[in-house]
Design a protein around this ligand. Structure first.
Ligand SMILES: Nc1ncnc2c1ncn2[C@@H]1O[C@H](COP(=O)(O)OP(=O)(O)OP(=O)(O)O)[C@@H](O)[C@H]1O
Ligand SMILES: [Mg+2]
Length: 568
């Protein structure tokens, strides 16, 4: 019989001392700290970090921290009482001041180094020392690792001041980008897309930083003004924040014979990755080499499913470098991301991201990141030819795996049990030609209409009689296919509505939330949280009228809405 106390939900945690009892640093303590780290965590200037897995760093608190928002849903999942988000000592901690962190919490956080590969090409230029030893968490640092309701979580401040990896920058995040990240993480979770989660968001009442941004009504590609922004600290939570780029960093050091412990550090970080992200799926009784092969296989499946999900919901990561690719296979780093409104397979909100990180190119971008993880794992198996051959087989299987995941996603989006390439190809052509709203189109289709009149709600361009005929022809073919499905239309429609969200992220409806927040009004953030909490549901008429809408003409090509050249 199972012990009922182990399955019972924890009582609500309503004070910091109880919260701190969930701390468990046992896994991170198996890693190697930077031997050159300072004793007190005052380590806020760009410097090279030559070895070790993390650098202990004291966060720099934001001044006069004020509550903006917390995720009620995620608090509930952790067993935290909502009141805790307003508790002065909790706020102090999650706005970067660890001076009163109760034992057994440490009074410093930790930042990690990582390598950067862009689309499968290694870079060190972004590192101020051009060695790669100064690149990593420049403004992110974890302050907590612990277990809630049997689940292990790491909590990471974003915007908590500079670290040795800050590259001379201020280590801050502005309220605008913090609001976006805070809302987007929870929205993705509610869409059923694996993601880091949002815990809290606090803003400074007195501290601002200046960032390039767009003036109102600007159609400029690049920011045209400097804007004073309040600084904020958001806390994100995940089983770990290990990135593909992090594993890469240690593998590069092995290859370059950077120091005597390089191989041991690579092995340690991979053992750690397995423990943190793949423990339940990898048999600990397997030898290490077989565990590495399993890791590659599992990551391949997770990453492929993740990308299929991104395509399903219209998400474009924008900057899918290896350092923005979580080794646990979930969405990480909500910087220059966006959601596709008017359908364009080359949709890309970040002006620096080019075509290679655009919407429909994400499977290829993912393959480049998978390639980097595979490359980083290979040195571990160098002495075992058979294992190496198996690992190389996994690498070769990536294209098939992601293609299969994407095809079953498209089939589900179209309510069918199988993928029909021709019908799909025709649909893509029509969607591009007519410029349909990606979300509204698939949602309207989920009602399985007999004619195209309701689909027209999603059209950005007027259609000719000939185009209407093409659309109707496509619809008729699709309806014929559905008629041959085993399930009845009612069941298919309800499955489609659970696949095709009604409410998407529309940047022009989110921007007012961070603009108002900059003036101290957080009501729109709360409203958006509500809308994003049930993206597949039918919500009130008022919400439908406000959020289930085509993007107004004036927001096409609008700086800061349709595109951004920076996001921090
Ligand atoms: N204001 C800043 N101060 C210090 N470092 C920064 C700042 N902004 C960005 N960085 C660093 O620059 C690199 C690239 O930035 P990017 O926009 O991908 O990261 P981010 O949004 O800070 O990070 P994350 O990937 O942790 O979500 C990262 O290593 C990041 O830590
Ligand atoms: Mg990043």
């Amino acid at each position: 019989m199972t012990d009922p106390s182990s399955t019972a939900p924890q009582p609500n945690i309503s004070d910091l001392a109880t919260f701190a009892k969930a701390v468990d640093y046992s896994l991170m303590e198996q890693l190697t700290p930077d031997p050159d780290a300072t004793a007190d965590g005052h380590d806020h200037y760009a410097r090279q970090v030559f070895s070790g897995h993390y650098v202990p760093v004291k966060p720099t608190a934001i001044a006069d921290a004020n509550y903006v928002s917390h995720s009620q849903a995620f608090f509930a999942q952790l067993g935290l009482a909502d009141a805790l988000a307003h508790d002065a000592s909790f706020r102090q901690l999650f706005s970067g001041d660890l001076s009163n962190a109760p034992a057994p919490m440490k009074r410093f956080g930790w930042a990690t180094g990582y390598a950067l590969s862009i689309y499968g090409t290694e870079y060190t230029q972004q590192c101020p020392f051009h060695t790669g030893n100064g690149y990593g968490d420049g403004r992110a640092m974890s302050i907590f690792e612990g277990v809630f309701n049997g689940q292990r979580y790491e909590m990471q401040l974003k915007g908590g001041g500079p670290t040795p990896y800050c590259r001379g920058a201020d280590g801050r995040a502005v309220l605008r980008s913090s609001v976006r990240e805070f809302l987007a993480q929870e929205y993705m979770h509610n869409l059923g897309v694996p993601s880091s989660r949002s815990l809290t968001l606090y803003v400074s009442k007195s501290e601002t930083v200046s960032r390039p941004w767009y003036s109102s009504n600007s159609y400029s590609a690049d920011p045209d003004v400097m804007v004073e922004n309040p600084v904020a600290i958001s806390t994100r939570v995940a089983p770990s924040f290990l990135r593909v780029g992090q594993i890469e960093l240690f593998a590069r050091r092995v290859r370059d014979n950077a120091h005597d412990n390089a191989f041991a550090e690579l092995k340690q970080i991979v053992v750690h990755l397995i423990a943190r992200e793949y423990k339940s799926e990898i048999d600990v009784k397997l030898g290490f080499n077989n565990q590495v092969i399993e890791l590659a296989k599992l990551f391949q499946v997770r990453l492929s499913k993740l990308i299929a999900n991104w395509l399903r919901v219209g998400y474009c990561q924008g900057n899918f470098n290896s350092d923005n690719c979580a080794a646990g296979g979930f969405t990480l780093d909500y910087g220059p991301f966006g959601f596709c409104e008017a359908f364009d397979p080359e949709f890309q909100p970040w002006t620096g991201g080019g075509k290679h990180f655009s919407f429909f190119n994400q499977p290829a971008a993912a393959e480049a990141n998978f390639h980097m993880l595979w490359t980083a794992l290979r040195p571990l198996l160098a002495q075992d030819e058979q294992a190496l051959a198996q690992l190389d087989d996994v690498r070769r299987g990536f294209k098939d795996e992601i293609q299969q995941q994407c095809q079953s996603m498209w089939a589900a989006k179209l309510g069918s049990s199988e993928f029909h390439p021709e019908l799909f190809g025709q649909l893509m052509q029509l969607m591009i030609q007519t410029k349909v709203d990606y979300t509204i189109f698939f949602r309207e289709l989920s009602h399985i209409p007999n004619d195209i009149s309701s689909l027209k709600k999603s059209f950005y361009l007027p259609t000719s009689a000939e185009q209407d005929k093409q659309w109707q022809h496509w619809l008729d073919q699709w309806l014929n296919l559905l008629a041959n499905e085993k399930q009845d239309l009612k069941t298919i429609a309800s499955n489609m509505k659970r696949t095709n969200p009604k409410y998407t992220w529309r940047e022009w409806l989110v921007a007012p939330a961070y603009q108002q927040a900059m003036r101290g009004d957080y009501s729109l953030i709360e409203e958006l949280k509500q809308v994003f909490s049930a993206p597949y549901g039918e919500q009130t008429k008022a919400i439908e009228e406000k959020y289930y809408r085509l993007r107004p003409q004036e927001y096409f090509r609008a700086g800061g809405i349709s595109h951004y050249s920076c996001s921090s």
